[in-house]
Design a protein around this ligand. Structure first.
Ligand code: FAD
Length: 406
């Protein structure tokens, strides 16, 4: 235990028990669980550091409040994993520090039928074993969080939901992945397959080829093009999402929860005395994978305006802050038609998929990695009965409906 994640200067090995392509949260959880299963992987990351692409842009919230089993089965154990990060990884002290803040997650609604909808949502989460989620009326919400608007009718809340520092999580997981060999500045330029195309035999990089019979594709927005290069069609689209950051302002409560307006989709949470804000935008169209992802400087104004419906102080802050107090970044969600990730076989023996994060790769990541590795090792059969996230499931192709309320 206690290895560093500095890029090795040694020549690339010519063979590896497994290769993980990508050093974001997906690659890190896969590397961790592979190492735990006795398969110490070679992790290849194109950028100069880990967690540099989508993972670095995340608002990085996690929650147990889900109302659908296939999601809950990923996010509930993942939340527990973050709570127990030191025990799960064997790390201690600063190595186990992941910026865990359990300040709660509030879904707030101004809709006339909010009380009934929130009660049904909370009942569903409780039916899935989340026994500390709460349905709150508007007065109860404002009693706990006095900055919330009088127009909020009802909400759902769980006090132990929260957020992490995604870079710290990735760093910790890779440190805890005993025997893993991590290389940055090392793009995979090709996945190598057998002459008949039926099985994976290695990867190609600018630093040489590595022979392996196990490749985990965890390349975030770039997974689709890498898979396509060996004839695997991934039904994923890349959609840009922004994150605004506002420097400390007197109105922002440092102890406040993650707060999401179920009407507009705008959300915010405290960060370093200031706040992160985010929102899905209806006019964002699917696009090609990007690195870096350009950001729209109008976004902070848009999201503060939207967030002010539920949290009116955002209107005050928006009217006062200077450009120097606001920054904006963007990343790409990798989305599937049914909102579930793709975990499992690709159709080429030895090529495994961890993609389709749908914007919740942090909150579901640890359990997604554990599940994928249980498929890789054969501990769990990769079939319809045991793997609801498989590539050939009904509904993963465009046209399917999403299965959760929020
Ligand atoms: C604004 C925003 C807010 C978000 N907020 C949340 C949140 O609150 N909670 C949550 O759960 N999720 C959130 N997400 C989503 C979360 O960030 C993603 O689900 C997650 O980071 C995806 O991780 P990944 O490892 O699959 O992809 P990435 O982080 O993109 O990692 C893929 C890696 O693969 C590397 N790579 C690509 N091609 C190659 C190659 N050929 N060779 C080698 N390496 C390669 C890339 O450089 C990259 O580092 C948010 C995302 C955004 C954009």
């Amino acid at each position: 235990m206690g290895r560093t994640i500095a890029a090795s200067a040694a020549p690339l090995p010519q063979t590896a028990p497994a290769v993980v392509i990508g050093g974001g949260i997906a690659g890190a959880v896969d590397a961790f669980h592979l190492a735990r299963a006795g398969i110490a992987p070679l992790v290849l990351e194109r950028s100069s550091q880990l967690a540099a692409l989508t993972t670095s842009q995340a608002v990085a919230c996690f929650r147990k409040q889900w109302d659908e089993p296939d999601y809950a089965n990923l996010v509930i154990p993942s939340s527990t994993f973050y709570e127990r990060f030191a025990e799960e990884t064997g790390l201690s002290g600063a190595d186990a520090e992941i910026g865990l803040r359990q300040q709660g997650w509030l879904f707030a609604s101004c809709a006339p039928d909010a009380a009934a909808r929130m009660a049904a949502f909370v009942a569903a989460t409780r039916g899935l074993g989340v026994d500390d989620s709460e349905a709150l009326d508007g007065d109860e919400i404002r009693w706990r969080f006095p900055w919330i608007s009088p127009s909020v009718v009802a909400g759902a809340y769980r006090a132990r939901d929260g957020w992490v520092s995604p870079y710290e999580v990735v760093r910790g997981l890779v440190r805890a992945a005993d025997g893993a060999d991590v290389r940055t500045h090392c793009a995979v330029t090709a996945i190598l397959v057998s002459a008949d195309g039926s099985r994976v035999v290695g990867v190609r990089t600018a630093h040489g080829d590595v022979a392996t019979d196990t490749v985990v594709l965890a390349a975030g927005p770039f997974a689709r093009s890498l898979a396509a290069s060996v004839g695997v069609a991934l039904p994923v689209e890349m959609i840009r999402h922004h994150r605004a950051m506002v420097t400390p302002q007197p109105e922002i409560p440092a102890h406040g929860p993650m707060t999401l307006d179920t009407g507009t989709g705008a959300y915010w949470r405290p960060e370093g005395g200031g706040a992160f804000l985010g929102m899905g935008q209806a006019d964002e169209l699917p696009g090609e994978p990007l690195d870096p992802v350009p950001a729209d400087w109008m976004f902070p104004a848009l999201v503060m305006d939207a967030a002010s419906t539920v949290t009116p102080f955002w209107g005050v802050v928006a009217g006062r802050v200077s450009a120097a107090e606001v920054s904006v970044a963007a990343g790409q969600y990798t989305v599937t038609a049914d909102g579930r990730p793709i975990l499992g076989r690709s159709g080429i023996d030895g090529l495994w998929l961890h993609t389709g994060d749908n914007g919740w790769g942090i909150e579901g990541g640890p359990e997604a990695g554990r599940h994928l590795v249980s498929l890789v090792t054969g501990a769990v059969p990769d079939d319809a009965e045991h793997n609801p996230y498989r590539l050939d499931r009904p509904g993963v192709r465009p046209g399917a409906a999403r299965g959760t309320t929020y």
